[in-house]
Design a protein around this ligand. Structure first.
Ligand code: FE
Length: 298
């Protein structure tokens, strides 16, 4: 069955962090429709004043944050002592799990272009050990045919696998360029949530009278097993495709923390207040409060 458009979400301009202008493409109002995806923020700016204040030290728990940067540079550091720079074409996949305190600071560049996706963690993994994975663009396989060029950020496409291997929710994340006058075909999993976000160009949708799909908005599809997108003859288009199996669990969302129950959310904020937010994971599976050198991140 061919996938049809279920819903188009316009997103909204927002200022977040210490003053970063962004487009919140999906977020709280649509969260159950996009399950297991919680949020998609998009950045596109040629003016460093709109992003330079960045996202200073803040906590996360219960989710994964996926930063995919097409252009620009983001410095990051965290309470575990990790630090580094995300550059053009690179992806940082962070499992916040039981808790991490980090900062994400875009640096001045000719253009900042990229996205941050939040993927929910199932109840059984909300309190897992935090983990970072950094992928270079050369880590991501590229599959080209006559109609499109597909870079695999996560998941599989035509037998090739993305670099991510141990993600709890096993999403597919593709960066797709559809050539001028070309087509992109994707065998979708009927059990999965599927949506795209068009970064540039325009796409038309043959399954519904060649309707034009809007750029800079999230296009959520009905369940199906075949997606076909094409460009007109007026140029190529670039889109991000996201697909993942819904968790079907209750969602309690408080800022950078997403849990299943109010009690868990309250506990997280209590932990922040009492400086017991960062946990240590022992080899036998027990979790205890970690002694964190707070001077490091405050
Ligand atoms: Fe963050």
């Amino acid at each position: 069955m061919i996938n049809k458009v279920k819903k188009i979400v316009k997103g909204e301009k927002k200022i977040d962090g210490a003053g970063v202008q962004l487009i919140r493409v999906i977020g709280k109002p649509d969260v159950y429709d996009f399950d297991p995806f919680l949020m998609l923020d998009a950045f596109d700016s040629k003016n460093p004043d709109t992003y330079i204040k960045g996202f200073p030290w803040h906590p996360h728990r219960g989710i994964e944050t996926v930063t995919y940067l097409l252009e620009g540079e983001i410095d990051h550091g965290d309470s575990l002592g990790n630090s580094g720079v995300i550059r053009d074409g690179e992806c940082q996949w962070m499992t916040a799990g039981s808790g991490i305190i980090h900062q994400e600071m875009p640096q001045p560049a000719p253009r900042l272009l990229g996205t941050q996706l939040w993927v929910n963690l199932p109840a059984r993994d909300k309190m897992t050990a935090p983990k970072y994975r950094d992928f270079k663009s050369s880590d991501m396989p590229v599959i080209e045919d006559e109609g499109s060029i597909v870079r695999i950020v996560a998941g599989e496409f035509k037998g090739a696998k993305g670099p991510m291997e141990d993600i709890t929710v096993q999403p597919t994340y593709l960066d797709v360029t559809v050539k001028s006058g070309g087509s992109f075909y994707y065998d979708t999993n009927p059990e999965n949530t599927l949506f795209i976000y068009i970064i540039n160009g325009s796409l038309i949708f043959p399954a519904e009278d060649n309707k034009v799909l809007p750029a800079w908005q999230a296009v959520l599809f009905e369940r199906g097993d075949k997606l076909h997108l094409k460009t007109g003859n007026d140029g190529k288009a670039r889109l991000l495709l996201f697909s993942g199996k819904p968790l079907n669990e209750p969602i309690e969302w408080g800022g950078p923390i997403v849990m299943n129950t109010k009690e868990e959310l309250n506990q997280a904020f209590k932990d922040i207040e009492e400086d017991t937010f960062i946990k240590e994971h022992l080899a036998d599976g027990t979790i205890r409060n970690e002694q964190v050198n707070k001077s490091f991140y405050r």
